[in-house]
Design a protein around this ligand. Sequence first.
Ligand code: MIG
Length: 678
Amino acid sequence: MIQKYRFGTPFYTGAVVQDIPCETGAPVFGTVEADENGFQYSITMGDKDAVYGLGEAMRGINKRGGVYESYNLDHRFTVEDVLSLYGAHNFLVVDGEQTFGLFFDFPGKLRFDVGFTNPDEILVSAPEANLDLYVISGDTPRDIVRTFRKAIGQSYIPPKWAMGFAQSRWGYEVPEDFRQVADQYRENGIPLDAIYMDIDYMDAYKDFTVDPAKFPDFPGFVQEMQARNVHLVPIIDAAVKIEDGYPVCDEGLEKGYFCTGKDGEPFQTAAWPGPTYLPDVLQPDVRTWFGNWYLSLTEQGIDGFWNDMNEPAVFYTKESMERFRSEMQEFLAKDFQDEGEQSRGDSQWFRVQWAAHKVSGPDNYTQFYHKIDGKPVLHDRVHNLYGAFMTRAAGEALERRYPDTRKLLFSRSSFIGMHRYGGVWTGDNSSIWPHILLNLQQLPGLNMCGFLYAGADLGGFGGDTSRDLLLRWLALGVFTPLMRNHAAKNTRMQECYQFDHPEDFAHVIGVRYRLLPYLYSELVQAALNGDLLFRPLAFDYPDDPIARETADQLMLGDGLMIAPVLTQNASGRMVYLPEPMLLVKFMPDGSLEQTRMDAGIHYISVALNEVPVFIRREHILPLAKPAMSVPELDEEHLELLGWVTREATLTLYRDDGYSRDYSNPAHYTVLRMGGDLS
Ligand code: MIG
């Protein structure tokens, strides 16, 4: 059951699509204080209660003990004390003495104190009391998730090719760079379905342009790559370059489609193109207009996009630059010999650094306005919607123009509701071992909030990756719907063929293609049924105290458990099996090593070029042969694996990979194993 409580006058966020009447009276769980000073929700937790959700937030799977914020920001995250990442995913489930879910449908800043200040108390606070609170009850966390997901609508389903492996790097500039990546992958026998185009393909970082000097025949180039089964996926940044004669800028100005400053004039921010305007994507007309611009690229053969810088990222504004200038001038005016303020616990130099940091910080979000129902609304109050509405603009335009064909779309910034239009990647991680674990731990929270098509930059975005780090990360990535190796400019080259023994990479990535029929089928069905693809072990084994605390393994789909190796110089890892399972190791020679294992704690050895997966008893994993790309995949001849004593069945969903004809019974096949067949 889902109950809705309305406070004040909430903004439209688009998160919930189900028509739910408002309750009167106090929420069934917890206490609310709502007045002109703000909003605060509180509830006491039982000793052993666990808290799941909050989407891509940092820290472990069980969020208890931490404090989190929803205030979408562009920053590199390397440590777990970052309070807010790129998305605002304000849904959580408390599981224990009482089991219930909470969704705070609020587009401004929210703070979740989950037993941080008081170990047994959850405090959720917002600066204003205009929001809808949804309280969801159900027997299990999974039931609660399903009820919630029904309320927020069906998750985005990508085209099948977008579940193939992709290579990306900030720094590919000209066709030759992309050709070389494709050539090298093909020559080394490493599968590949897409190459991403980062900002350097554009003409002066202008959205929806392609630098004509670099790409004299862009449609021809797109076609050339597609003939090799390689899709090109361009990035789109949120901010629009200010330039006379650039149609996106001209049209936006003419129609009054940009966010405005206090004076009502279009507000200038700065990003990669230099001075920019921000399309006011909170207005429906602006969404239609901005979304239609994506079609200028699909008309040239492009069939996928990633939306970036849409928190929105603001490098600086005139005001923040000015503030910094005066701090800096004060520092520069000092004489080196001056006695330090350091002795008084103060340092002008630290102040300068802090001021520099603030130039692109959240202060900028209190300087410009959206127009909502004809009235100006300060950006800060609706901040967390920006990236979601940009992506919604694209998703709606693509669906209008191509009602029968799915396109690839995902975003860095997001809000619940956006999950209907696209997926997410988790932003700028680093080439460090703890970020493999973070990748794993972000998945169930994202799934709970509807984001099924999700993934991290495999190998790590910032910093220099190493061969072993990349291989181990890929052995998790083979299971994540978005499987993309991406790296920042000026880092070590990170394409799989850059390392010794590329055949090891070919093998590990090949496993992805063997799993693809299963993963695609499970993703589509999770989307249709409002279910999770990745689950904490606690969801499947609620009465098992060890499973409840296992935070480095996940359940996947109908019958799998994954337990990737997460640390350096390890030849294996400890794994907890809540019940007997079949361990399948994909060996580098293409063979499968199958071991029946008892419940309990085991050490399993896993070499760098092996991929382990566990299958629950009486469940089936269908496997295809490896392939070089999704269109080359043979989905007819599948090998069935399992430890089946009775009869096990699995409903496999298969389609052309593009159409939206999900209810077509011809797309469903029931696979059977064991029973009278054995
Ligand atoms: O300011 O486009 O998260 O994936 O490579 C950095 C360049 C902008 C941030 C994205 C990253 C991308 C990078 N972008």
